[in-house]
Design a protein around this ligand. Structure first.
Ligand SMILES: NC(=O)C1=CN([C@@H]2O[C@H](COP(=O)(O)OP(=O)(O)OC[C@H]3O[C@@H](n4cnc5c(N)ncnc54)[C@H](O)[C@@H]3O)[C@@H](O)[C@H]2O)C=CC1
Ligand SMILES: O=C([O-])CC(=O)C(=O)O
Length: 268
């Protein structure tokens, strides 16, 4: 299986290193895409595998059977479009960007492409999808992260909110997933995945909290349905270089790729 990897940050680089270490037999990293081609070559120079091609969105999709998107939300569309146009399987980490551009799902249907949103830094999407086959009455996700994780969020910049010297937990946002994805594109991909798995972005509620006492990113999900009530808390270790992103995300993509390529897959 040939893999095309868009983005070489917290998720992409961790993934490339694991593949290089032999974590996914039968999967070859064929091409990568990042913002800065020179930096990309430098980042890849310590890998043992034959160096992947450094490509733009079109060449990336051309060279791959599976395109893993792990780039900023703002870069999502051309990467996704190129993969979809070629009927590829697109593994989309920027679930919030997908949520805001639902025409891409229709385009995938027309082209026979598939889009897979990995569970990422969350968990429990299997039970949410199962519950969605019945009736879900309410879905809520609360994400609490240390202040550094929220830095640069457009919502805070527009509102002129600074988290410098924050001494107590501060609720930054309460509302629906669509508004959250616009205001906090680097932090609510888990909420987007939850909404897509369950009752959609308008009915899924989000609360975002900056908490200076935290060392981990904490996601708490509550689902009320006619089949089960679910309460789930994930305390995830932040990536050492990117405090917005939990280390679990790259592992989730790895597990997802293993499920696609290996002989045994657990969970629905
Ligand atoms: N589904 C989930 O649970 C999670 C999803 N994410 C999302 O996944 C995506 C990647 O996350 P991270 O690896 O943490 O981000 P990152 O910021 O650490 O890395 C992003 C990478 O994309 C590259 N890049 C920047 N502009 C680009 C462009 N125009 N075209 C191509 N590449 C470009 C950067 O050079 C960098 O290598 C983000 O959208 C993030 O919000 C992050 C955490 C959890
Ligand atoms: O990594 C996390 O904990 C979650 C995250 O950033 C996101 O959902 O975008």
């Amino acid at each position: 299986m040939r893999l095309g990897l868009a983005g070489l940050g917290a998720i992409g680089l961790a993934l490339a290193r694991r593949i290089d270490a032999g974590a996914l037999p039968g999967v070859a990293l064929a091409a990568v895409l990042s913002r800065d081609a020179e930096k990309t070559r430098r980042l890849l120079s310590d890998l043992i595998m034959p160096p992947p091609v450094v490509a733009g969105p079109e060449a990336l999709a051309e060279a791959a059977d599976i395109v893993v998107e792990a780039a900023p939300a703002a870069a999502f569309r051309p990467i996704a479009e190129a993969a979809i146009a070629r009927g590829r399987l697109l593994v989309a980490c920027s679930g919030g960007a997908l949520l805001r551009q639902p025409d891409l799902v229709e385009a995938a249907r027309m082209r026979g492409a598939r889009i897979l949103v990995p569970t990422g830094a969350l968990g429990g999407l299997d039970v949410v999808r199962a519950a969605a086959e019945g009736r879900i009455d309410a879905a809520l996700i609360e994400t609490r992260k240390p202040p550094a994780a929220w830095r640069g969020a457009p919502y805070l910049e527009t509102a002129g909110v600074s988290l410098e010297g924050l001494a107590a937990p501060l609720t930054l946002f309460e509302g629906d997933v669509l508004a959250a994805a616009a205001g906090f594109p680097a932090n609510v991909n888990v909420a987007a995945a939850l909404a897509l798995a369950g009752i959609g972005p308008e009915r899924t509620r989000v609360r975002l909290v900056a908490d200076p006492a935290l060392l981990r990113n904490v996601h708490h999900v509550e689902i009320r349905s006619d089949a089960a009530h679910v309460a789930l808390t994930i305390e995830a270790m932040p990536d050492p270089d990117n405090p917005r992103t939990s280390r679990l995300t790259a592992f989730s993509v790895l597990a997802c790729l293993r499920g696609l390529s290996g002989p045994l897959r657990i969970g629905s």
